[in-house]
Design a protein around this ligand. Structure first.
Ligand SMILES: Nc1ncnc2c1ncn2[C@@H]1O[C@H](COP(=O)(O)OP(=O)(O)OP(=O)(O)O)[C@@H](O)[C@H]1O
Length: 665
């Protein structure tokens, strides 16, 4: 593995030569290239970052750019493009190991459906999205251990962009075109090339055209495919024998343009055009010596580029791999075992929720089972306490609104037990809490539950205020702050590439108790601390605690044990938070969490050598939007400069906490 003098494996190695007559690159340059939604410079592979001189005649005055920015600039790009093996691809969200599940065919199924295992960057350049559905779902055929896991691969062509002017690199659509029903040899096309791919083929000369078709066919990873300029045909239809001995059929979900197709071992009978090779699938052209897997958590090879060893090959993936822990949750259990494991308060073997709950399924009502009176309710210990989800509509909202009323509210059950405490702060306690999701949403676990982190305030007015402020801050975070993207960002002022991991835990909502009239109990004074109370000296209150639900994300970091790259990665999180003009407000290492990664792997395959970090605790957060809300024009400049100072101070504190050197990073 190649390291620089500091021991870094993530750094920029190449310098691009400028055209002597080229423009001077200003700081606010228009050559944006491909970027992640956070707006930062992004590249899929480490070797796609380059140094570029700002002034053509001053070669040593360089800045870090990405390959796509160099392409946007246009100077000499064609001459250097050959140094990269793979084509340019845009950033893409990397999904965590799937835990949620919905019945197959449910109208709320996302695309790809819940349970789809992240395909990894090996498939990044493929025209087809390939994934497995977790085999332990009750809703998909069980994996037959005697058969290769590749039998259960689902193939979905990447969708055509809705906007016809957008480029599309080769996808297929259902054959509903009567004129092209067959290829003249009495064989109906199963799928036609989409119009984008077709026009691309039409523009190519014959040799390139066949090469392009061949590549698209290879990436379909099935045998027995015949393709020509119009579309593809399957010469041997999949013939499975279901567990009951009856032949099973291919499922085609026409409405959503998906081929739910399993690979099979048929014999290829090419008749015309191009057929799939009889050998097993060969991966798309990623050259591991010059590129990594681009998911931002790659190891790096001796030439300084990320190695592809962390690419989880579809075939290598063990679909029966335990999704939660070595205690196992997903194997079939006998009724007797199931009975022994029905304690709804037990977190044993439950997977933690790392996926978003789509808006349609976020609990509107939370029935909190709280025998220890952690919420400080006065009911019988066995009676659940009713909470409703509330939303801070505006950053400065002095009030909250109950989540939109629906004819049928989504009801979830939260199980709180003192013994499941994750940690205690100065103002709150955080529990690992089993959550029974609103049906028909459930999870890959014996009880269908997942665990989430539930944060509750101490019975002091200021503790409640801080938790409300935390909820208000979470409501302001853009979704990308909670997502993992493939590839790497450069986050100024740091010049080293860092993986594009989530900055904060996923947020599953803020819940307030419901009164006898059915409305949430909202006290004006709860959102703003009593004027006579201070953080250190808040008055005692008897209100039930609000509950903030979020992703559980590990343990506090110990930067002294980190590599220099990991320290930079942690530091990049606070820089990304500050990009949004938000201060965390109490930046100590206890508020940066670490857990084994990468999260796209099942928990049993994660490790601390590939960690995943998050910043937590936003009770004292301040954001420019909040501070400016309702401010007179005359007072705005003062607010802006005050926040600017707070951002600098917090950046300095973050350097100290994370052992980041003052210069040269
Ligand atoms: N999302 C989470 N995942 C795992 N553990 C968490 C999470 N959030 C909080 N914790 C644990 O709970 C502890 C207390 O949380 P937190 O720091 O947010 O509380 P607080 O009372 O607001 O903090 P402070 O002491 O700064 O006032 C943390 O130190 C951590 O150990």
């Amino acid at each position: 593995m190649f390291r620089d003098s500091e021991g870094r494996v993530r750094f920029t190695r190449y310098t691009v030569k400028r055209d002597p007559n080229g423009v001077v690159i200003q700081r606010s340059n228009p050559y944006r290239g491909l970027r992640t939604p956070n707006g930062l410079i992004w590249a899929h592979y480490l070797n796609e970052f380059v140094y570029i001189p700002r002034v053509p005649s001053v070669p040593n005055y360089v800045t870090t750019w990405s390959r796509s920015m160099v392409k946007a600039l246009g100077e000499n790009y064609d001459e250097i493009e050959g140094m990269w093996e793979a084509p340019l691809v845009p950033p893409r969200v990397i999904r965590p190991w799937p835990v949620l599940k919905l019945p197959v065919g449910h109208p709320a199924q996302p695309d790809p459906p819940l349970g789809a295992v992240e395909e990894g960057c090996k498939w990044e350049h493929s025209d087809f999205m390939c994934y497995h559905i977790r085999a332990d779902s009750a809703d998909v055929p069980e994996c037959d251990p005697d058969k290769s896991v590749s039998m259960y691969t689902q193939r979905v062509p990447r969708r055509c962009p809705a906007d016809a002017s957008q480029e599309c690199s080769g996808r297929v659509i259902f054959n509903e075109d009567a004129d092209l029903a067959n290829n003249g040899q009495d064989m109906r096309y199963d799928f036609l090339w989409c119009k984008h791919f077709k026009s691309r083929l039409d523009a190519e000369d014959i040799e390139d055209r066949y090469r392009t078709i061949a590549r698209a066919v290879t990436e379909m990873t099935m045998e027995g495919i015949i393709a020509d300029e119009n579309g593809v045909q399957f010469t041997s239809k999949p013939q499975f024998t279901a567990q009951d001995g009856r032949p099973s059929t291919m499922t085609v979900d026409k409405d959503v343009y998906k081929i739910r197709e399993r690979s099979w071992s048929g014999t290829s009978t090419p008749r015309s055009g191009i057929s799939t090779p009889s050998s097993a699938f060969s991966s798309p052209r990623l050259d591991p010596t010059t590129s990594g897997d681009g998911d931002g958590d790659a190891d790096v090879q001796k030439d300084g580029t990320a190695a592809s060893e962390d690419t989880m090959s579809i075939d290598a993936l063990d679909l029966n791999a335990d999704a939660s822990s070595s205690t196992g949750t997903d194997q079939m259990v006998t009724p007797k075992e199931a009975l022994l494991n029905t304690d709804p308060f037990s977190t044993d073997g439950l997977p933690k929720l790392e996926e978003f709950i789509s808006d349609g399924f976020l609990p509107d009502v939370l029935l909190v089972h709280d025998p220890d009176h952690t919420t400080r309710h006065k009911q019988a210990a066995s009676e659940p306490v009713k909470y409703k989800r509330v939303i801070y509509q505006l950053p400065n909202a002095a009030n909250v609104e109950a989540a939109e009323a629906k004819t049928e509210a989504n009801v979830a059950h939260l199980h709180l037990r003192k013994t499941n405490r994750l940690g205690t702060g100065h103002h709150s306690e955080v529990y690992s809490a089993p959550l029974t999701l609103p049906p028909p949403l459930s999870a890959h676990s014996r009880s269908g539950q997942v665990t989430v982190a539930a944060k509750l305030a101490f019975p002091r007015c200021t503790a409640h205020t801080l938790l409300h402020n935390e909820a208000r801050t979470y409501a302001q975070f853009p979704k990308h702050m909670q997502e993992h993207y493939c590839g790497y960002n450069v986050v100024p002022p740091c010049r080293f590439p860092v993986p594009v991991g989530p900055v904060v835990p996923k947020y599953f909502g803020f819940y307030l108790p419901v009164g006898e009239d059915g409305n949430v109990i909202w006290r004006d004074e709860e959102g703003a601390k009593h004027s006579e109370c201070s953080e250190e000296n808040g008055c005692k209150v008897r209100w039930l605690s609000p509950i903030l639900l979020m992703e559980q994300c590990g343990e506090p970091v110990e930067p002294a044990k980190f590599t220099v790259d990991q320290r930079t990665e942690c530091f990049s999180l606070v820089l990304r938070l500050h990009e949004l003009h938000i201060t965390q407000g109490s930046f100590y290492v206890r508020n940066i969490m670490i857990q084994p990664g990468p999260l796209r792997f099942p928990p049993a395959r994660r490790s601390f050598s590939r960690p995943s970090f998050r910043i937590i605790d936003f009770g004292r957060a301040r954001s420019l939007d909040q501070l400016l809300a309702g401010k007179e024009e005359t007072g705005r400049a003062g607010v802006i400069s005050e926040l600017q100072r707070a951002l600098w101070d917090e950046e300095k504190q973050a350097r100290d906490e994370l052992l980041i050197e003052e210069c040269g990073f």
